[in-house]
Design a protein around this ligand. Structure first.
Ligand code: HAM
Length: 420
């Protein structure tokens, strides 16, 4: 039987990978303009890092982690997200001793053991940014802006930015009590997961997608009345900045996010056209996490975007990405000497930053022209022993059918001129 990729994972093949590379380059360029530097952390970490930071009562830690004992009997987990690893690296390498804020971005595979469906995979890819060392609301606005500019650069203009404040350690417990009071009479009507949540983290019930739980929480008052002065002021400054920068947002008082580390600002970017997995990205402040991980109190904020969901959204909208593949040049040869000269010429073209290929199967000239067509070559250079003797090789534009004779010395220059 032929082997298959594990459930919830996918191969990204040539033909599709170009889109990935394009989107990756858009994100990287944007981060550079915003002065965020790339960080690459390991794909696996000590399990404890995630239980401590993401939170033991979250779905991610409770149900979705790929955790195993390695040969040294250490509990290891494939990273389910990027924030915890970035915080660990920030502390381990004392990045806080450098000029603050520390602004980092990352890109790579994440792993969550969940039931696969459209837009939900067991191995998926996130772009993320994390900024440490400032609790200034203008940094919240910058991080949100970066996310929105990224989507706009991909022509994803109809996304909705949902915004909330989840308060802090001072005010959230009061809100939690309020929710507990409200849910008391409905406890047995909640879904099984929410019954557990009502013991461990009742705020998460607000985020439940089950219709019955949604109905029950509909009348729960928003958190705003319970925010302390500091959180209230911070949130109104964040919204003032967003308004000033013309970033539209929708308040969603039920937005609590699925990870426990958030404080104050929380946001999600949602595509109304996608089904149940409609969140393209999300993030928020996590002012206590650095301390929870053993560092000095350090405010921080970040977000992550799921690349597979971005591609789904682009597919739904049939957005034509403005990325140009490099034009291909095929070197076709007839004869022994020409074969050798052709190999050299292919190398020369590549050395000059051109994309070039040749025949490797001893094909006839006719078959080589067919091959050039199949691989989508824009130009074919035809080399025969006679042409080499006369120092006149043929350059054919496959799109227009035009042909001209060029000397070997001039060929690189001529093709470069043609391409531009
Ligand atoms: P998250 O909301 O868990 O946040 O994930 C961010 C994004 O990753 C989601 O909006 C979604 O696009 C994508 N994603 C999550 N799970 C899957 C999956 N199973 N399959 C496909 N895509 C998925 C975080 O991970 C936080 N670390 C974000 C953050 C950074 N907060 C502060 N800094």
């Amino acid at each position: 039987m032929l082997a298959k990729a594990p459930r919830g994972t996918r191969d990204i093949l040539p033909g599709e990978i170009e889109k990935w590379q394009y989107i990756e380059s858009v994100f990287k360029k944007l981060c550079q303009n915003y002065d965020y530097n790339e960080i690459r952390t390991p794909i696996f970490e000590h399990t404890e890092l995630f239980t401590r930071s993401v939170g033991e009562d979250t779905d991610i830690v409770g149900k979705e982690m790929y955790t195993f004992l390695d040969k040294g009997e250490r509990s290891i987990t494939l990273r389910p997200e990027g924030t915890a690893s970035t915080v660990r690296a920030f502390l381990e390498h004392k990045l806080y001793t450098q000029a603050q804020p520390t602004k980092l971005f990352y890109y790579g595979p994440m792993f969550r053991y969940d039931r696969p469906q459209a837009g939900r995979y067991r191995q998926f890819h996130q772009f993320g940014v994390e900024a440490f060392g400032s609790d200034n609301p203008s940094l919240d606005a910058e991080v949100i802006m970066l996310a929105m500019v990224f989507f706009h650069s991909l022509q994803l203009d109809s996304l909705v930015l949902e915004l909330n404040s989840v308060g802090c350690a001072n005010c959230r417990p009061l809100y939690r009590k309020e929710i507990e009071k409200h849910l008391l009479k409905y406890k047995n009507d909640l879904c099984l997961d929410c019954r557990k949540r009502s013991e461990t983290n009742p705020l998460r019930i607000l985020d439940c997608k089950e219709d019955n739980c949604k109905n029950i929480t509909r009348e729960v008052p928003g958190i705003y009345e319970h925010l302390c002065n500091a959180c209230n002021e911070h949130f109104s400054e964040v919204t003032r900045h967003l308004k000033y920068m013309d970033i539209a947002y929708k308040l969603n008082t039920k937005l609590v996010r699925g990870l426990d580390y958030y404080t104050k600002t929380a946001f999600e970017i949602v595509d109304p056209l996608l089904g149940s997995q409609n969140s393209l990205g999300g993030g928020g402040r996590y002012d206590n996490l650095v301390e929870v991980c053993g560092g000095n109190p350090t405010p921080a904020i970040g977000f992550a975007v799921g690349l597979e969901r971005v591609l789904l959204a682009l597919g739904n909208k049939k957005v034509d990405l403005d990325f140009r593949e490099k034009e291909k040049i095929f070197v076709a040869t007839i004869g022994d000497k020409a074969g050798l000269e052709g190999t050299k010429l292919v190398m020369e073209l590549r050395k000059n930053d051109l994309k070039a290929d040749k025949d490797y199967l001893d094909r006839s000239l006719k078959a080589q022209m067919k091959q050039a067509n199949r691989i989508g070559a824009r130009y074919v250079i035809i080399l025969g022993d006679e042409e080499i003797e006369k120092n006149k090789i043929v350059l054919r534009d496959m799109q227009t059918g035009d042909q001209k004779e060029v000397s070997i010395q001039e060929i690189v220059k001529t093709i470069k001129q043609e391409i531009n």
